[in-house]
Design a protein around this ligand. Structure first.
Ligand code: ZN
Length: 67
């Protein structure tokens, strides 16, 4: 076990639902549902390669993040 704090590493995967839709999900908690496997794969890949800009949506100004 490492003593260093490690950021959550995005690792997206997809899962086909009974109704034919495909859910893309990630270890970080992100998930979304898509009509096709192609869309889900594309979104999953995009999510993993995305810089962590998404975090900024929830932040107030430049307030430091608190755990
Ligand atoms: Zn993620």
């Amino acid at each position: 076990m490492s003593n260093e704090w490690e950021p959550i590493m995005c690792y997206a995967n997809t899962d086909t639902n009974d109704d034919g839709t495909v859910t893309a999900f990630c270890y970080c908690g992100w998930s979304d549902e898509f009509a096709t496997q192609e869309l889900a794969d594309a979104a999953a890949e995009e999510h993993v390669n995305l810089p962590d800009d998404l975090d900024k949506y929830d932040d107030d100004d430049d307030a430091p993040a608190t755990a």
